[in-house]
Each structure stands twice: as C-alpha cells, then as structure tokens.
Write a new protein. Structure first.
Length: 358
C-alpha cells in the first residue's frame, strides 16, 4: 500500500501539491472498495474543498467517510436509481458516498437545464457531502446558475426550543461571471457550520458565544459542550425559518427522511444516514443569454467591491477568501497542518482494515 507510506512521509509544516494530495486521497478511497474512477472524482471534490481553504469540510471528513465505507454504513457499490419526468429528476442514492451521489445529481440538473432551461434533481438516501462549493461551482463554470439545498442530522433546536430537530441545513448558489471566477455563496443556515465547531474541539480552541448552546440551553464558548448541545440558527428566528425552508425543499420533493430522522455520520452505526438534497440549475442561454448573465453578475460584483468601506476593509463578495485561497494554494501548495496530516493518517489506518477477498 504505497499510499500508506506516502502519508507516513508527510510532515506538518510542509506544503503538498493539490494533484499529489488528490492521488493520495484517491488511493485511500479506492482501498475501501470504491471503483478507482469514482475514487478519483470523490478525491477531486474533497481536495478542491481543501484548495479553497474550507479545511473544516475537506480532508477533515475523509476518516469519517472511510470508516463508514469500511464498516458498511456507506455502500461502496450502491444501486443508484434515477427517475426522470420532464425537467425533473429524482435520484435514490442507494446509500452511496455523498460526494459522488451529489455530483451525479448536479450533473443531472445541468443536463436537464440544457434541454428545458431549468432542471432540478432531488436526492433521497444520500449522505453527507461536505462543502457545497465544488458542486455549485461545477454548474457555474459550465455556464449555469446552480442551487443546492440539503438537510442534515438534527443539531439545531427550533427557535425558542431546546430539542435538536433540524440540521445545519446548508444552501448554496453559484453564478457564472464574465472573465472571473464564479460568484459562489455556500453557507449553513445555522450560525456556523457544525464542522467548524468540531474543528475547534479538535484543536482545543474556544468558540464565539453566539455559535451554540450547551445541553442546558445556555450559550457556550466550549466547543466540546457545544457538540453535546445544539447549534444556534443564523440571525435568530429568521435563520430558523430559513433552515426549515431548506429542510422542506430537500425532503418533500425527494421523498426522503426528515432531518430529525437523519443519522449523524460521526456516530458509529451501519444504518444508512438517509440525507436528502435538492439541486436546481438554470441555463441563462434560455433566459437573458449567457453573455448578458455573466456581464450582469460581473457588474454587480464590481459595484460591491468598489463601494465605500465602512471601516478599513473594503466590502468583499461571498467566496472571495475561498478564491484567494485557491489561487495561493494552487501556486504554493496546500499547507500540511497537524490536523490535515492526522486526518490522512487516520484515514489510511482505517482503509487498511478493509477485508480483501480471499
């Protein structure tokens, strides 16, 4: 297993070329039984997330995915079923690896949009897919406006409550932009993505008081206590309503499980998680025209970026830091932090436990 040796030779503090990292991650995933071509696609998505500086949702999730594949909680060879009715598709993910099922769904939505102007693909029996940025960016780079909605394991209480019923329920949008990287909006509908709290817990760092509540329903700066309690919604009651809207969009159209029935991927279980998603793509060619749409997005972006700053820092577009990170990391390499090396080492150890045919 050369990938085990490759990972063992990595040193925190160094940098690694994204292509080299993708090869290593692909080998780790392939060792779990996933077909090599699919392992390459999944690795590309995870590394793309890491390249964009979203460290909490990239390789950090690799050990969890590998453990689930080894344990059988995720099916390495899912029976994915797609039903198409006009501009609408529904995918039963067959409990396959989340990033692969989600990528297939956004591709399906784009294919339908190319034909009908608008295409949508709902997913049931899916899994956690990390950041949505690579998914909506795929659509935007192909000239589509892409939307993503997903439910998640219950970690948020309804506004005024203490019981975890809703998830962090991310939503994302990607818009093609003339001569520039697409405009990408990728956000949890909670005050913060739960992955950032887990990252803070791993690193022993405090979190802001408005991120989460402890088990007693009190604001806490202790990341470990926050993981035992609930995350807070974005913008109070309005964020709670937005979370509910994402939950319903992902669930009622896919025929999937409600959020409070979705299992946490970090729990040791072989029961399928049952995550639901909805992807929508719009083809500007059949609306205002692609050239106009790209130019309009660029005009709005430049107006925002050139506006008067309230303080020293000029207004930024959503995703601008991720784009800056991608530019820097493609040139200089991805920093091998202690956490990143540890995630790779853990994933390699878990994948080596996969039983091979006699």
């Amino acid at each position: 297993m050369s990938y085990v040796e490759d990972i063992a030779n990595l040193k925190s503090g160094d940098r690694i070329d994204p292509v080299e990292l993708a090869d290593i991650v692909s080998a780790v995933l392939a060792a779990t039984g996933i077909p090599a071509t699919q392992a390459e696609v999944a690795a590309g998505i995870l590394v793309d997330t890491q390249v964009h500086g979203i460290d909490s949702h990239g390789i950090a999730h690799l050990p969890t995915y590998v453990r689930q594949l080894v344990d059988g909680a995720i099916n390495a060879h899912p029976n994915i079923k797609t039903t198409v009715n006009g501009a609408v598709a529904v995918i039963d993910g067959g409990n396959g690896l989340g990033v692969l099922v989600a990528r297939q769904a956004i591709e399906q939505a784009c294919d339908l949009a190319l034909q009908f102007g608008v295409g949508s693909c709902a997913v049931r029996n899916g899994n956690h897919f990390g950041a949505a940025l690579p998914l909506v960016a795929y659509a935007a780079k192909a000239g589509f406006v892409g939307l993503c909605f997903s439910n998640a394991a219950p970690t948020m209480a309804p506004w005024g409550g203490r019981d975890a019923i809703l998830g962090t329920n991310p939503l994302a949008a990607g818009f093609p932009r003339a001569g520039e990287r697409p405009i990408i909006i990728d956000m949890a509908t909670s005050a913060v993505a739960r992955g950032r709290i887990r990252k803070a817990a791993r690193e022993g760092k405090a979190i802001p008081l408005d991120w989460a509540l402890d088990e007693a329903g009190n604001p806490t700066s202790d990341a470990d206590a926050a993981l035992k309690g609930t995350v807070q919604p974005l913008a109070g009651a309005k964020g709670y309503a937005l979370t509910l809207a994402v939950e319903l969009l992902a669930t009622v159209l896919s025929g999937g499980r409600a959020g409070f029935e979705v299992l946490n991927p970090h729990d040791r279980t072989v029961t399928p998680a049952g995550v639901s998603h909805l992807f929508v793509a719009f083809d500007p060619r059949k609306f205002s025209g692609l050239d106009f749409a790209e130019a309009a997005a660029d005009r709005v972006a430049k107006k925002i970026e050139g506006s008067t700053p309230r303080d020293k820092e000029a207004p930024r577009l959503p995703g601008s830091r991720a784009n800056a990170s991608a530019h820097e990391r493609w040139q200089e390499g991805i920093p091998l932090t202690v956490a990143l090396v540890a995630s790779l080492q853990e994933a390699a150890m878990l994948s080596s436990q996969k039983k091979r045919p006699a």
